[in-house]
Design a binder for this molecule. Structure first.
Ligand SMILES: *Cc1c(COP(=O)(O)O)cnc(C)c1O
Length: 430
C-alpha cells in the first residue's frame, strides 16, 4: 500500500521545507521505499494517519512510549505543569522528584543530571569520563548506537547501517581517531586492545542490551568481562541505557544482568514522550561536573518542568500498575505469536526478545550477537514484511535493523493481530 493522498501531499510540502522531508533520517522510509505515512493522532496502542487510516503501533516513537500514546496520567501531568509555566531556567521541585525516583530505581546511582536528549546524555557522559580519568580514548562496539555526537559516529548503527555508511561526513578524522571500535561479543579483541593501550582508555561504552542494529543480546559473561577489565585498568564502564533503561525493568539492563556500571545514560522512557535525557553515577564521579568541578555541561531547557512531569507520571504508572511484569507477559505472547507466524515462511528465522523489546532475525541459525553476523538477505525480506503489515493496519519500524516495542496499552488482541498479519504476510514469501 502506498501512503494516502493527504500523507502524499503533506510529505511533498515537507520535502521542500525539511531536508529529506524529515527531522530524523530513518523516518524517511529510505530503507523500505515508498512515501512515509504522516501521522496525526495516537491513542493507546494505535495511531491514525492524515488520511484517517488506523494502525496498531509497534514503533512507540522508537521506545519512549512505554504506556502507549497519550496516556491520561501523562497528558494530565503535562497539561497541569505547563499551565504553571513551561520553563524557569531556575531550580524547580519536579527535577528533584524525578532525580530521586531514578536514583532509587537504578543500581549504583547517587546523582543524575538531566539533559534534553539521549545524544546529549551520552555526549556529556563521555566528556565527564574523559575529564574524570584524564584520558582521551574511548572504546565502542559496532552495532551499538549512542546518538549522533562526533566521537560516536564511528561505525555507528541505527539509520546509518541502512544507508551503508560506516560513519558520517563532517566528523573530523582526528575526533574519530580517539574512538576504538570493536565487534560485540568478542572478549579476546577487547583483551588485546586493553593489553595494548588499556591505560589510555577513559571509557568503554556500550548498550548492554544492544537494540539499534537488530537486538544483539550479549551473554552475561561478556558484560562481566567488560566490568572486570575496565575496573582493572581504571577505565570507566558506561552503560548506554537510553532504550533499555526503565524498559526492561526498573533497574534497566544493570539490574537485569546484575552488573553495575560507573556511569549510565538514559533517554526515551525517562521522558515519557517529552525530550529528556539523563546521565548519572556516583556522587564522586558526578562531582567533576560544573559547578562543582571542571567538566562543563549545561542546558537552557535541562530539567524542564513539563518534561520532568511527563517522566515522573510515566514511571509512577509503571510502578503502580506493575508494568514491567505486565510487559513481560505481553512480550512472551508476542514472541510466541511471531515465532508461530514466521514458521509459515519458506526461510528460516528466529525471534529475539527481552521484556517488551522484540526483533525478527530473518536468517538461518542462531540469532546474531554481533552486527557483523547479520545476513544480507534479512533486509529485503523485512522490506516485504514491512509493507505487507502496513497494508494490514500494522506499523513496525521502517528498517530491518530496528526493534519493535510493546506498551502497556497493547492488549493481547493487538499482539494477536500482529501475529496473524505477519503469518499471512510471510506465507507467500520466498
Ligand atoms: C536513541 C538512542 C540514543 C540517542 O538518543 P536521542 O534522544 O535520539 O538523541 C542514544 N543511545 C541509544 C542506545 C539510543 O537508543
Amino acid at each position: 500500500m502506498s501512503a494516502g493522498p493527504h500523507s502524499e501531499a503533506i510529505f511533498a510540502r515537507m520535502q521542500k521545507a525539511l531536508p529529506g522531508g524529515v527531522n530524523s533520517p530513518v523516518r524517511a522510509f529510505r530503507a523500505v521505499g515508498g512515501t512515509p505515512i504522516v501521522m496525526r493522532r495516537g491513542q493507546g496502542a494505535e495511531v491514525e494517519d492524515e488520511d484517517g487510516r488506523r494502525y496498531v503501533d509497534f514503533v512507540g516513537s522508537w521506545g519512549p512510549l512505554i504506556l502507549g500514546h497519550a496516556h491520561p496520567a501523562v497528558v494530565e501531568a503535562v497539561a497541569k505543569t505547563a499551565a504553571d509555566g513551561m520553563s524557569f531556567g531556575a531550580p524547580c521541585k519536579l527535577e528533584v522528584e524525578l532525580a530521586e525516583k531514578v536514583i532509587s530505581m537504578y543500581p549504583g546511582l547517587e546523582q543524575v543530571r538531566f539533559v534534553s536528549s539521549g545524544t546529549e546524555a551520552v555526549m556529556s557522559a563521555i566528556r565527564l569520563a574523559r575529564g574524570a580519568t584524564g584520558r582521551d580514548l574511548i572504546l565502542k562496539f559496532s552495532g551499538c548506537y549512542h546518538g549522533h555526537a562526533d566521537h560516536l559516529l564511528v561505525a555507528a548503527g541505527s539509520g546509518l547501517v541502512t544507508f551503508g555508511q560506516p560513519s558520517s561526513a563532517g566528523v573530523p578524522k582526528d575526533f574519530a581517531g580517539l574512538t576504538r571500535v570493536l565487534p560485540l561479543a568478542d572478549a579476546d579483541k577487547v583483551q588485546e586492545l586493553f593489553d595494548r593501550e588499556g591505560d589510555r582508555i577513559a571509557a568503554v561504552i556500550l548498550e548492554p542490551i544492544p537494540a539499534n542494529n537488530g537486538l544483539l543480546l550479549q551473554t552475561k559473561e561478556f558484560l562481566q568481562f567488560l566490568r572486570a577489565i575496565t575496573q582493572k585498568h581504571g577505565t570507566l564502564l558506561i552503560f548506554d541505557e537510553v532504550i533499555s533503561g526503565f524498559r526492561v525493568g526498573p533497574g534497566g539492563a544493570a539490574a537485569h544482568y546484575g552488573i553495575t556500571p560507573d556511569l549510565a545514560t538514559f533517554g526515551k522512557v525517562i521522558g515519557g514522550g517529552m525530550p529528556v535525557g539523563a546521565f548519572g553515577g556516583s556522587a564522586t564521579l558526578m562531582g567533576h561536573l560544573a559547578p562543582l568541578g571542571p567538566v562543563y555541561q549545561a542546558g537552557t531547557l535541562s530539567g524542564n518542568p513539563v518534561a520532568m512531569a511527563a517522566g515522573l507520571a510515566t514511571l509512577r504508572v509503571m510502578a503502580t500498575e506493575n508494568g514491567w511484569a505486565q510487559l513481560e507477559r505481553k512480550g512472551a505472547l508476542a514472541e510466541a505469536e511471531l515465532t508461530a507466524a514466521l514458521g509459515r515462511a519458506a526461510f528460516a528465522s528466529s525471534v529475539v526478545r527481552v521484556g517488551s523489546i522484540f526483533w525478527m532475525s530473518l536468517q538461518e541459525g542462531a540469532a546474531p550477537r554481533a552486527a557483523e553476523c547479520i545476513a544480507n538477505e534479512a533486509a529485503p525480506r523485512y522490506t516485504t514484511i514491512f509493507h505487507a503489515l502496513l497494508d494490514r493496519g500494522i506499523s513496525i519500524a521502517p528498517s530491518a535493523y530496528e526493534v519493535g516495542f510493546l506498551s502497556l496499552a497493547h492488549t493481547d488482541e493487538h499482539v494477536k493481530r500482529l501475529g496473524k498479519a505477519l503469518g499471512d504476510a510471510v506465507a507467500g514469501l520466498g
